[in-house]
Design a protein around this ligand. Structure first.
Ligand SMILES: [Zn+2]
Ligand SMILES: [Zn+2]
Length: 252
């Protein structure tokens, strides 16, 4: 399996994953042109992608879903509730396939499990892709460490995990108190500490970790690395998932 974080964070999310026979994108929060160019850098034709799966209705995940479908003919996979709420952002689509959260979607040699999250979207999910040999989780916008999350982390060989904010930077940063409360609530995002603790306790099967959805206002790459190193010690071996051309591609 190969995974490329084309972009991760509040300015847009889009993750590419391929197994032997199937190529999928998770989320469409970057422009069609950006996705096309960034995939082309890895010699991947965006028109060869078999499915676009949407995690939830927030703009940084869904904004260009309609474009990906209309311009490149990528079939859209989304829950009905998310589609209803995001319809005005998505616009007309030629092909839409609905799944329900908790359902496993079957492609040719690749199953994609959808796991309901408590993040503050109408019907948010995170994903685990399983090709029968390896399992990779795409887990951002989680809300909190919800009941199923430890077993999800334990079950995967590779993981893109959100490490969204540093609590002190959030507390003393520029966000108004209501927005701060939203981020640290059980419907917001995981902090660096929460992400690192999760990896420490449940990451024993992980061969590859990408840390993503890193806040630009309430976090820094340096803070992410130092917190994870402090908690994980010698076990720390994560990549940071930003858009940095060739550094966001991993294999398991
Ligand atoms: Zn997001
Ligand atoms: Zn979100």
């Amino acid at each position: 399996m190969r995974v490329i974080a084309l972009q991760s964070g509040s300015k847009g999310n889009c993750v590419y994953l391929e197994s032997d026979n199937v190529r999928v994108l998770f989320d469409a929060g970057i422009s069609g042109k950006q996705a096309q160019e960034r995939l082309a850098y890895f010699h991947i034709d965006i028109r060869s992608i078999d499915a676009l799966l949407i995690s939830h209705d927030h703009i940084d995940h869904v904004s260009c879903a309609g474009v990906f479908n209309r311009k490149f003919g990528i079939p859209l996979w989304i829950t009905q509730k998310t589609f209803k709420v995001a319809k005005s952002q998505i616009g007309e689509v030629k092909q839409v396939n609905f799944f329900t959260s908790g359902e496993t979607i079957h492609f040719d040699g690749l199953n994609i499990e959808t796991i309901k999250t408590p993040h503050d979207a109408v019907d948010g999910v995170c994903f685990v892709a399983d090709d029968g040999k390896k399992r990779f989780g795409v887990c951002t916008d989680l809300g909190c460490v919800f009941n199923e999350l430890p077993s999800v982390v334990q079950s995967v060989n590779g993981l893109l995990l959100e490490s969204n904010y540093d609590p002190i930077m959030l507390r003393y940063g520029e966000y108004p108190p209501e927005l701060q409360d939203r981020i640290r609530s059980s419907h917001g995002h995981l902090s660096n500490e929460e992400a690192a603790e999760l990896l420490l306790h449940y990451g024993q099967n992980l061969e590859v970790v990408m840390l993503g959805h890193i806040s630009e206002k309430n976090n820094t790459e340096r803070q992410v690395v130092s917190t994870h190193q402090k908690i994980l010690g010698n076990n720390f071996r994560a990549e940071l998932a930003h858009y940095r051309t060739n550094s966001n591609c991993v294999y398991i």
